[in-house]
Ligand binder design. Sequence first.
Ligand code: TPP
Ligand code: MG
Length: 357
Amino acid sequence: MAKPASSRSGKTSSASSPPPAADHNRERPGEPKSYEASKDELLEFYRQMLLIRRFEERAGQLYGLGLIGGFCHLYIGQEAVAVGIQSALTPGADSVITGYRDHGHMLAYGIDPKLIMAELTGREAGISRGKGGSMHMFSVDHKFYGGHGIVGAQVSLGTGLAFGHKYNEDGGVCVAYFGDGAANQGQVYESFNMAALWKLPIIYVIENNQYAMGTSVQRSSAEDHFYRRGESFRIPGLQVDGMDVLAVRGATQEALEWVRAGKGPILLEMKTYRYRGHSMSDPAKYRSRDEVQHVRETSDPIEGVKKALAEAGVAEDEMKAIDAQIRKIVSEAADFAETSPEPAPGELYTDVLVEQY
Ligand SMILES: Cc1ncc(C[n+]2csc(CCOP(=O)(O)OP(=O)(O)O)c2C)c(N)n1
Ligand SMILES: [Mg+2]
């Protein structure tokens, strides 16, 4: 006969008996509600998403002109995720970490577009002094901890940031973004285990844009409902329409409430889509043009907010004027990034760890 196993509550149960009922009844976050935005908030969401889109379009052009070296991963299509989440965070208190598709996140956190574009073109004025490029942008001032090229690494690092928030009792929450592909990495689950054990203040955000480079979720993921990926660590998850900025904001508030109440980590699966290739060098032959066109026509995040604005009585002309302002900001950022000086050769020797430890 199987030896009785000890349950978490300390009571014993037979190994063959079902798990204690309490496991199934354990507390879960409420159903997230769509955020009810005021007209001004909607306008701000529109502005921020448009800024990301126009910025990324211009970055794509600069890359084509040979002004951006190295890799360049655009965020077009996913704008509602970063904008909706960021709008719910407390600037200066909460920390953020993400992968290499990071320009949109930095813009959503209010970082000057000029400094981001100048980083792309490798200039001294860039946010990482032109030495990080597209994938390695960093701003401690904004509690934005990168920009990481190693798939999944930001999940462990973000868990460490959350540990820091708890240890220092600073009230902050870490938001760690990663992709559907990264979600299949081993270190993600080691991090989940520690975060759940220590009830760390972290929101794990899986940006499920349906593809990891050229591999679709269906071909790579045995459990493609990513919000369930924390279940065996008792981390609850919510699946969210990541193309709807109001749904994203509503779910983030629910998640923040959970984490700030000291209940430990929570997972948000953002169902989203990227319109461009994985990076600028991807011809995207693994999917049809029709597939992309269909998403653009039926669930574009910016068009969704435009519709809501029209319903709230905002005139088409006002929206066009915002677009013109945004184009101007992006043009100025591009001019700055093309004309500002490159770092002096001496910069090669700064920010390099030389001590032994
Ligand atoms: C550890 C590691 N393995 C492989 C790669 C190569 N690689 C770069 S991006 C990527 C796909 C990641 O896809 P996903 O997590 O879905 O993010 P997305 O690009 O869709 O935002 C891979 C395999 C890498 N950078 N790091
Ligand atoms: Mg992906």
